[in-house]
Design a protein around this ligand. Structure first.
Ligand code: TTP
Ligand code: MG
Ligand code: MG
Length: 468
């Protein structure tokens, strides 16, 4: 492991919710919840003001509404979040060629590789400047962790939240990790956490005490070995510019073709389990399950199924692989079988990217139902006015949908650069009202950090000039 804390981990604070607050002056400092607002919707994220009430990611929306009835409830705007993410990633790439994005709002940067830092002091300076630059360019805050390994840099940024910077001086890692919960370590999700707890292991220090053999006995070779090393703060994983693993897969070739359909099923189940172990050992989950079958004549088929959210649950992967196998003709025998998971994510919670897009806001808070839920098809008018999305009124200008229902849509007329705006209500089919593209969070007339002004020069109309 390197001796200087030159691996940086950045994670934006309450990312989707902060973007919404930056774009809507009336929501700054307020409880904001972003997520699916339909009957099966869950929380994608919420502002720190909403977290005080106990709201958090992946919580059913009905529960969030009970905990924070006065919060603003908004439908995600992924295109906007993606464009802000690109601005942030661009700033990271100015620091180093080795930038490893983990999600839209999160990345590792190897400062040493970019000669942006070589010791603790220069690393801290680079982190402070990065946070300031992110603020100037996007108007948002991100938290920074600095350490000698990826694992510790990520733990540090978590400690720094919100809007902070934490540097872990090399040499202090183990003492710091000892009292922390096992869930702090990458690859320890709820299932592994429970498993360890039943064996009496709740802290990182207790993993170290239990010893490597015990860990391997509890979790299997790959996972046990990896986790034990992490508990001792040993993490040699390099920062890689492109995410190394686009998928995790395992396969077996058989000496003798397998003809028995039941045996094929058993093998596929076994491969699914092995694949999930690999997945978990890397702290990943994935959405797309892939089955590969090479038949007696070397013809190779792949079948895939994409789930609603990423998973690392062996039962879910096994079932999906079994369903895929149902669609493959194996008479004549199979020579090779493989199971893979792609569409990787570094969290296992419900993925809203797939789900939330079609949801609309409705006045009454929906309770999530226990049984199977009919997907409600929103009416065309409601589909046009998702809560939080931007609109333009022919006379009143730019605003956003505060709510819609019962044939009416309520709009607040404000922009990222204006004062808190006023609210007006219109019929949903008002010809003066049209959906609009989001505005940049920071007025295009800004000074790049330490550089020339960019964007249109001159007065800038109503746009506020942001000093660099
Ligand atoms: P996170 O970085 O995990 O959370 P966050 O940025 O909202 O808050 P924090 O300050 O704690 O970092 O996730 C980044 C974004 O990814 C988040 O804003 C919304 C989205 N997301 C989901 O859609 N579903 C989820 O379950 C999680 C965890 C995040
Ligand atoms: Mg974040
Ligand atoms: Mg994140």
């Amino acid at each position: 492991m390197r001796t200087a804390p030159t691996i940086l981990h950045l994670d934006m604070d309450a990312f989707f919710a902060s973007v919404e607050q930056a774009s809507k002056p009336s929501l700054r400092g307020k409880a904001v919840v972003v997520g699916g607002l339909g009957p099966r919707g869950v929380v994608a994220t919420c502002s720190y003001e909403a977290r005080v009430f106990g709201v958090h990611s992946a919580m059913p929306m009905g529960q969030a509404r009970r905990l924070a009835p006065h919060a603003a409830y908004l439908v995600p705007r992924f295109e906007l979040y993606r464009s802000i993410s690109e601005q942030v990633m661009r700033l990271l790439r100015e620091l180093s060629p080795l930038v490893e994005p983990l999600s839209l709002d999160e990345a590792f940067v190897d400062l040493e590789a970019g000669q942006a830092a070589r010791d603790a002091d220069s690393a801290r300076l680079a982190g402070v400047k990065l946070r300031a630059d992110i603020r100037t360019v996007t108007g948002l805050t991100g938290s920074v962790g600095l350490a000698a390994s990826k694992m510790l840099a990520k733990i540090a940024s978590e400690e720094a939240k919100p809007d902070g910077l934490v540097l872990i001086p090399p040499g202090t890692e183990r003492a710091m990790l000892e009292p922390m919960t096992v869930r702090t370590l990458p690859g320890v999700g709820p299932a592994t956490g429970d498993h360890l707890r039943r064996a009496g292991i709740t802290t990182v220090g207790e993993i170290a005490e239990a010893g490597e053999d015990e860990l391997v006995r509890l979790l299997g070779k790959a996972h046990g070995h990896a986790l034990y090393a992490m508990a001792l703060a040993r993490d040699e994983r390099p920062v890689v510019a492109e995410r190394e693993t686009k998928s995790v897969s395992v396969e077996d070739t058989y000496d003798v073709d397998i003809h028995d359909r039941v045996r094929v099923g058993v093998e596929v189940g076994r491969l699914a389990d092995r694949c999930v172990r690999r997945l978990r050992a890397s702290g990943l989950s994935g959405r797309t399950i892939v089955l590969k079958v090479r038949r007696y004549d070397f013809s190779t088929l792949t079948r895939s199924e994409t789930l609603r959210g990423p998973t690392d649950d062996p039962a879910v992967v096994r079932e999906a692989a079994a369903r895929l196998l149902d669609s493959v003709d194996t008479t004549g025998g199979v020579r090779l079988l493989g199971v893979g998971v792609s569409g990787l994510a570094d969290y296992t919670q419900e993925d809203l990217f797939a789900q939330a897009a079609g949801d609309v806001s409705e006045e009454p808070a929906e309770e999530p139902e226990a049984g199977p839920v009919e997907e409600q098809a929103p009416s065309p008018a409601e589909r046009r006015w998702p809560a939080g999305h931007d609109v333009r009124h022919a006379e009143l200008g730019h605003g956003w949908v505060q709510g819609s229902g019962l044939g009416r849509v309520t709009v607040r007329f404000e922009t990222p650069y204006s004062e808190v705006g006023r609210v007006r209500t219109f019929p949903v089919d008002d010809p003066e009202l049209a959906p609009a593209d989001p505005l940049p969070l920071v007025s295009p007339v800004v000074r790049r950090p330490g550089g020339e002004p960019v964007g249109p020069s001159g007065g800038g109309g109503s746009a506020r000039r942001v000093a660099g």
